[in-house]
Design a protein around this ligand. Structure first.
Ligand code: SD4
Length: 333
């Protein structure tokens, strides 16, 4: 490997300072400082977890696992599982709001540092869609399993069949049926779908996204969350991004892939998230009626987040602290 290339890789992958010192012997001092800074930064900054919305339990779970040395993919799975199991969260996993026929159907995906990806779409009766997605990634020759096939696969892997429609979600659906007016409510029905990005101590990035999708959607509807490049995208050389909100709009602009590509071109995570939101609003006179929020992280651990409307927020685990931070947004009128 050519020396310059190796240097670049060393600074990117966080190879230890001891190794770095040998490499640095013949390097101009300005460059040395840059490399040293990036190495030290790596040590200080990692691990980091960022999640959509105010999900301290899930984010902390992932952060603590990373502190203990877990890989980013393990932390993502275990972190997302916390929200899936939470009955109070009516947009993810168990207790999620159903489609208009009363069926809770789950979408989830996961992507690792090597660009491997797995997802389940329109899956019923299994709580931990994120774990099934991981099994699809690791144990099948495919990347997406849908509906009955996904459920059957999950059961073959030992997942338990569970009725995901709780009394609370059933009652809300029955009330909704009285008028049957499909109108996703900004920041309310979307709240808590979890998209999560994590960098582990080695500097490796993984991500996951899990949801029951928009409440009272048409039967068979699949959103952005389980679709590679839309609800989630990771490129371990560059960074990762994930989305929440009106999935149809994220899908039409392949939002998460767009953000990672913008970062590849040199944009910060914040600039990339803002550009992806601008793409949506510039094509949609209707943007006042729906919410989309993006979060992103780059290889240095810099984060970004932006949404169309107010009240989107992110949970960040960094330096052993978990905080909920309000996001800046486009629609200030
Ligand atoms: C969807 N994007 O199914 C998901 C819903 C969501 O926060 O993220 N809600 O369209």
């Amino acid at each position: 490997m050519k020396r310059r290339k190796f240097l670049k890789r060393a600074s990117l992958t966080g190879i230890g300072v001891a190794v770095g010192t040998t490499i640095l012997a013949n390097t101009p001092s300005k460059k040395i400082n840059e490399i040293k800074n990036s190495l030290t930064k790596t040590k200080e900054n990692f691990p980091i977890v960022i999640s959509t919305w105010d999900v301290p339990n899930a984010t902390k779970k992932a952060g603590l696992l990373l502190e203990e040395g877990s890989s980013s993919i393990d932390a993502i799975e275990k972190g997302c599982m916390v929200e899936e199991a939470d009955l109070n969260n009516q947009s993810v996993g168990n207790g999620g709001r159903p489609d208009r026929d009363g069926h809770v159907t789950l979408d989830a995906c996961i992507m690792d540092k090597s660009g491997n990806y797995g997802s389940v779409v329109y899956m019923k009766n299994i709580i931990h869609a994120i774990s099934v997605a991981r099994k699809v990634m690791e144990d099948t020759p495919h990347v997406i399993l849908a509906g009955k096939g996904a459920e059957k696969f999950a059961i073959s892997k030992g997942f338990k069949k569970t009725n995901l429609l709780t009394e609370a979600s059933k009652k809300a659906w029955e009330d909704w049926k009285k008028e049957s007016n499909y109108k996703p409510i900004i920041n309310i029905e979307n709240h808590d779908t979890i998209g999560m990005l994590a960098i582990d101590k080695n500097g490796d990035i993984s991500g996951g996204c899990t949801t029951s999708g928009l409440a009272y959607k048409m039967a068979g509807r699949v959103g952005d969350s389980p679709i590679i490049g839309s609800g989630l995208f990771i490129d371990n050389k560059i960074g990762g991004a994930t989305a929440t909100g009106m999935g149809e709009e994220v899908l039409k602009t392949v939002g998460s892939f767009l953000i990672v590509e913008l970062m590849r071109q040199g944009k910060t995570p914040q600039e990339a998230c803002e550009e992806a939101i601008h793409r949506i609003v510039s094509k949609n006179d209707n943007y006042k009626n729906f919410q989309v929020g993006y979060i992103a992280i780059n290889k240095k651990g810099e984060t970004g987040y932006y949404s169309i409307h107010e009240y989107f927020s992110v949970s960040i685990y960094k330096d052993s602290n978990c905080t909920n931070v309000p996001s800046d947004f486009y629609n200030k009128n």
